[in-house]
Design a protein around this ligand. Structure first.
Ligand SMILES: *Cc1c(COP(=O)(O)O)cnc(C)c1O
Length: 353
């Protein structure tokens, strides 16, 4: 243990963020971190091969121009200057917190949701406050109330672990009553039928983050991006590492932007699996909220979530057991292939009957 007086006090005080377990490949059916169970589009794999044969002795494009041009086109944005590329959307979130929230200032997040935001505030020496979702997973008006020292509001939409969504109209309304930026983390938006991208053009203080980790099956290459107004992008670009995205991931992400048909097929397939999971889990007595993402949040009235988690794990299936103090607990199960989900559901059925 290092001498804690060597470090900034904020660091000594904070707890490390614990990401979902990443066991050696092949050991488990992995339904715990919302990765895509299918491999990425073949055109992306080909682009990675080609990039690996390219000039690796040269630094990559510091601002990932090829990707930004392709993404602006794909998302119908006015131009590449509306996009900032990052080493995963987690890096983008780090840049947002660093850029907007000073030491001693505050960020807001809903509860229960993505715990990483709190860690980012802790690293910064900033404070965080949580606004609890209503029972129906809507947001109270308090989520949009301005407050002294409140510098940033973060909203995963669809939310994790619930998979529920706040409508763009409501997001726009909440942003309208805030003095600070509202960042909509759309890590799962490709599985939903609405998103907030169009709001970015209407309001400088609304920003959207996206990732290629979930829908495109590219968690292994680390690529995410921010959509915001050009003057916001150029300010945030000042604080990123010069070469925050490597040449291979830029090539992969650029190719992915040309894979619209692949994405729409995967989305159809995975959403069908998700909806089947929802029905079958409900028939086993779980309470399940309809999900707009690639995972399902479920709670059983018997309360035996740790036992269910352990039983599945003993049978080589990894899901996420989550516990939210003063709120409750449950299992978050990622959408896998149909075979993987059948195996998971069969085990749950066996345990519960
Ligand atoms: C997975 C996830 C991310 C992280 O995405 P990366 O691009 O892999 O860093 C961000 N936000 C939420 C809500 C997520 O679930």
């Amino acid at each position: 243990m290092a001498d804690s007086s060597l470090f900034r006090p904020a660091l000594s005080r904070m707890m490390a963020y614990a990401p979902g377990e990443q066991p050696p490949p092949g050991k488990y059916i992995k339904l715990n971190t919302n990765e895509n169970p299918y491999p990425p589009p073949p055109a992306v794999v080909e682009a990675i091969r080609k990039a690996a044969g390219g000039p690796l002795n040269r630094y990559p494009d510091p601002v990932a121009t090829a990707f930004r041009v392709a993404a602006a086109d794909r998302l119908n944005l006015p131009g590449p200057e509306w996009i900032l590329a990052g080493n995963g959307s987690d890096e983008i979130l780090t840049l947002l917190v660093r850029g907007f929230v000073g030491e001693g200032q505050r960020l807001r997040l809903p509860y229960p949701s993505y715990v990483l935001y709190r860690t980012l505030a802790d690293i910064q020496g900033a404070a965080w406050e949580q606004v609890t979702f209503e029972n129906d997973w809507s947001l109270p008006n308090a989520f949009g109330e301005s407050a002294d020292d409140l510098r940033l509001v973060l909203l995963p939409n669809p939310n994790s672990p619930s998979g529920t969504i706040i409508s763009p109209d409501r997001v726009s309304q909440l942003a309208g009553s805030l003095d600070c930026p509202l960042v909509v983390d759309e890590a799962y938006a490709d599985f939903a039928d609405q998103n907030c991208l169009h709001l970015v053009q209407q309001n400088e203080r609304i920003m959207v983050t996206r990732t290629l980790s979930k829908s495109y099956g590219l968690a292994g290459i680390r690529f995410g991006f921010l959509v915001a107004q050009p003057q916001v992008i150029s300010e945030l670009a000042k604080i990123k590492d010069s070469y925050n995205c490597d040449g291979i991931s830029i090539a992969a992400a650029t190719a992915a932007m040309g894979c619209g048909d692949w994405l729409s097929d995967i989305r159809t397939k995975m959403n069908a699996t998700r909806d089947r999971m929802t029905v079958q889990l409900a028939s086993m007595g779980f309470s399940v909220v309809p999900s707009h993402a690639n995972f399902v949040w479920c709670q059983h009235p018997n309360g035996k979530h740790p036992e269910l988690y352990e039983f599945l794990k003993k049978n080589q299936i990894l899901v996420r057991y989550m516990q939210f103090p003063e709120w409750g607990e449950g299992l978050r199960i990622s959408v896998g292939t149909d075979e993987q989900i059948d195996a998971c559901l069969m085990l749950l059925e066996r345990y519960l009957s």
